[in-house]
Design a protein around this ligand. Structure first.
Ligand code: NAD
Length: 493
């Protein structure tokens, strides 16, 4: 089996220590790849390459916007040309259904195109100014931040990589990217594409390895100007405190325990389907998952019965066969999800459906969990407070709008939230009260390249996607011009 390597300064190379790591298909436990396993010294080599490229040769940051855009459009075309292969890589690596992986590839193509297009649009501003020194002119110029470290999780391997790489590169930065050690394969393919389209050496560097061994150096290093991270809140805290040494700019996209509020006047069947998309899409391994359903008491019984009926009917299996639910990403994550389920039962939540590992058919060697609904949940239960990151939902009931809002905000997280109602004024009222960065009305979970994505509270700071996503990777320089050269006459002698 080929050993996939780091990509540093335009060259594929093994980690200095020579260690390797197996990549496992969670649908059957089989080894599907071997990757080099890096340490901090490998990350330092990649940082040095990015630094020499950005501050030394400066090819990428000095390249005109349109030319940079042209290369990123070529990346998008090459990703599209390898779409089937990339989707299969993510399905085998992560466990997700193939059609969801295929949708991720389409989103990644669109994301590279979006930022390629955006970098050519007007940025900054020009101001007529004047003060005691006479007439002046001021303008703001957007520049790349410099060397950016990018770290991503395993739930959307190609897409999370793209959400960071596309805007960071469009802005003219040089980057060191460390994907999750659990799902590194599509990142390797993406860097093959970078090589093929001819990004200058050192512009984009790939380091494969674990967070503590390879990723942490990106937070610690004084040679990294910016660090953007998507992952758990706990790791985000560790990274943010390690990053203070040189006060590098930090962006954090973290975990969530997001409320999905269903009022009695909502279209019930539609709300059930969106709630399923909210919590069972990608096996529930979604940061924005609507993992707390708050349903108005009058319809709660009917809603839960229909949700359970449809959850029970979901097909489960190897993602390559396009089931409704694929495998949980790893044995460790499977154990974590099952432990959450057991704790919820012990703490008195009522199990309505699922609640166990799935081993039927060919699934015994893989890491599958039946879609699980808990009813009668209360605020002190862990299943209401903690992120599970699996196909598990906790249902609570409310009677008034004010109570629903209070319950929705009763969490340290603030990533996402949804509301289902046919009363438009109420929908907006509730959304305005939600302390969350991504919200949906009468739908749940769709994301758009055009719309900013990120959290409030302990779900992080900074934004991916949209114009905000590009601004994250830029810094603004003010340039003020004196329009009347010569003596100003400020001093009296
Ligand atoms: P994780 O925090 O364990 O790991 C994420 C990444 O950080 C991995 O690449 C890992 O190797 C690296 N890492 C771990 N420790 C590190 C350290 N000390 N220094 C540097 N890097 C380190 O998260 P995960 O289990 O891979 O992903 C699941 C989490 O990600 C969930 O909490 C989920 O909510 C969150 N997530 C958030 C978003 C968002 O947009 N807000 C999107 C996807 C996932």
């Amino acid at each position: 089996m080929t050993i996939h390597q780091n990509f540093i300064n335009g060259r594929w190379q093994a980690a200095v220590g020579g260690a390797t790591r197996e990549v496992i298909n969670p649908a059957n436990g089989q080894v599907i790849g071997i990757v080099t396993d890096s340490q901090a010294e490998d990350t330092r080599l990649a940082i040095a390459a990015a630094r020499a490229s950005f501050y030394g040769r400066g090819e990428w940051r000095r390249m005109s916007g349109p030319r940079r855009a042209e290369l990123l459009y070529r990346v998008a075309d090459a990703v599209k040309a390898r779409a089937d292969e990339l989707a299969e890589l993510d399905t085998r690596d992560n466990g997700k259904p193939l059609r969801e992986a295929r949708a991720d590839v389409d989103d990644a193509v669109a994301c590279f195109r979006y930022y390629a297009g955006l970098i050519g649009k007007p940025q900054g501003g020009v101001y007529e100014v004047g003060d005691g020194f006479g007439p002046m002119h001021s303008f703001a110029m957007h520049e790349p931040v410099g060397v950016c470290g990018l770290i991503t999780p395993w739930n959307y391997p190609l897409l999370m990589a793209t959400w960071k790489l596309a805007p960071a590169l469009a802005a003219g930065n040089c980057v060191v990217f460390k994907p999750s050690e659990i799902t590194p394969l599509s990142a390797v393919a993406l860097f093959e594409i970078f090589e093929q389209v001819g990004l200058p050496a050192g512009t984009a560097n790939l380091v494969l390895g674990t967070g503590p061994a390879a990723g942490h150096e990106l937070a610690l290093s004084h040679d990294v100007d910016m660090l953007t991270f998507t992952g758990s809140t706990r790791t985000g805290q560790i990274i943010a405190s390690a990053a203070v040494g040189n006060l590098k700019k930090v962006g954090l996209e973290l975990g969530g325990k997001s409320p999905n509020i269903i009022f009695a006047d909502a279209d019930l069947e539609g709300a059930v389907e969106w709630a399923m998309i909210g919590v069972f899409f990608n096996q529930g391994e979604v940061c924005s998952a609507g993992s707390r359903i708050l349903v108005e008491r009058g319809i709660a019984e009917r809603f839960v019965a229909r949700l359970a009926e449809r959850a029970n009917a979901m097909t489960i299996g190897d993602g390559m066969g396009n089931p409704d639910i694929g495998a949980i990403v790893s044995q460790a994550q499977l154990d974590k999800v099952l432990a959450h389920i057991e704790r919820a039962k012990a703490q008195g939540a009522r199990l309505v459906c699922g609640g166990e590992r799935y081993t039927e058919g060919g699934c015994a060697q893989g890491f599958f969990v039946r879609p699980t609904v808990f009813d009668g949940c209360t605020r002190e239960m862990d299943i209401v407070r903690e992120e599970v990151f699996g196909p598990v939902v906790a249902v609570q009931t409310f009677t008034t709008e004010a109570e629903a809002i209070a319950m929705a905000n009763d969490t340290p997280y603030g990533l996402a939230g949804g509301v289902f109602t046919t009363d438009g004024a109420r929908a907006l009222r509730v959304i305005k009260e939600l302390r969350a960065g991504v919200t949906w009305i009468n739908c749940y979970n769709p994301t758009f390249n055009e719309a900013p994505w990120g959290g409030y509270k302990m779900s992080g700071y900074g934004r991916d996607l949209g114009v905000n996503g590009l601004l994250e990777y830029q810094q603004v320089k003010q340039v003020s011009i004196n329009l009347q050269p010569g003596v100003v006459g400020w001093y009296r002698n």
